[in-house]
Design a protein around this ligand. Structure first.
Ligand code: SF4
Length: 315
């Protein structure tokens, strides 16, 4: 488990806004959630490439449990615009604070790493940049264009922040034409104030709907975590809301608590229940559904993109 305060190795607390909070209870993980420690040569090769190119990944920053499996296959999710986020969501392990200036060379370095890794499909996400006038949309668009120019065969998936109160930001990203536009709702509306306090449920939903209005051919994707204290009916309601916004692809995974200062895991949802969620989601009309304890938005994103295209073609 990650630490909130490590004043010996890191004089700046990772989550200063959470340091004063009382510890949340920590429940032992069930067998179905355990993963092996990453040890493969492929994992270390991916890690080396990220370090050499000065790149951040959400795989590391969020403490993703799939990192061993993904990095062994050289699948990584690039996190642009720094490693420090302006939000402080109760579930997230990414560092909070005031981020530094944007690096104008970062889009080229991401494109370069995409080429070196030989990626057929790349996922690019970012921290929230409420400090920037456009929320970082221009940098996202630059990164998409740099990857297209360097690796024209690579398909591109973006996982964006909500661009709350940033007029024109969403349009700038859509105009750069990623293949998949992903924005995670993360949880059900009733938990937004505790789990995702800087965000607004309806705004996030509307963002996804607007992508389809701007470009009906663009695939849209969204995900939620379960185990945060949501009710089953609320999950079903989120599915209906996402279908009303014409979202194509739904991901559902188990929330895992990064530290004692983060939101508590209220429940470990058993694998059978994920199967039932998947079946219901398909019945509501999603083109693709990924639902399992270790599902994350970017897990198997390349294979899932191929299945997504095939599912659309078959309709
Ligand atoms: S699931 Fe996504 S975030 Fe996690 S290791 Fe794989 S690519 Fe990275």
């Amino acid at each position: 488990m990650a630490v909130v305060l490590d004043l010996v190795n890191n004089p700046r607390p990772r989550h200063p806004e959470k340091a004063h909070k009382p510890d949340s209870p920590v429940s032992p993980k069930p067998d179905w959630i355990r993963v092996k420690a990453p040890v493969s040569p492929g994992y270390f090769a991916t890690q080396k490439l990220m370090r050499e190119n000065g790149l951040h990944t959400v795989c590391e920053e969020a403490g993703c449990p799939n990192i061993g499996e993904c990095w062994e296959k050289k699948h990584a999710t690039f996190m642009i615009m720094g490693d420090t986020c302006t939000r402080a969501c109760a579930f997230c392990n990414v560092k909070t604070g005031l981020p530094g200036a944007l690096d104008p060379n970062e889009p080229a370095r991401v494109a370069d790493a995409t080429a070196k890794l030989g990626l057929a499909h790349i996922v690019v996400t970012s921290v929230d940049r409420d400090d920037l006038a456009d929320g970082g949309a221009g940098h996202f668009a630059e990164t998409i264009r740099a990857i297209r120019a360097r690796c024209p065969q690579t398909t591109i998936e973006v996982l964006t922040p909500d661009f709350l109160r940033k007029d024109g930001a969403l349009e700038a990203v859509v105009e750069a034409r990623p293949d998949v536009f992903n924005h995670n709702l993360e949880t059900v509306p009733s938990l937004y104030l505790t789990v995702r306090p800087g965000a607004r449920y309806f705004h996030s939903l509307r963002l996804l709907q607007r992508v389809k209005e701007l470009d009906p051919t663009m695939f849209t994707k969204s995900g939620i975590m379960v185990g945060l204290g949501e009710e089953r009916n609320e999950v079903l309601q989120v599915m209906d809301d996402l279908r009303s916004a014409q979202v194509d692809f739904l991901t559902v995974g188990q929330y895992l608590q990064p530290t004692r200062k983060h939101h508590e895991v209220k429940r470990f949802v058993p694998p059978d229940e994920f199967k039932s969620v998947e079946a219901i989601a398909y019945s509501k009309g999603f083109l693709m559904v990924a639902a399992s304890p270790l599902t994350r938005s970017s897990h198997h994103a390349g294979d899932d993109f191929a299945r997504l295209k095939a599912a659309r073609a078959a309709r």
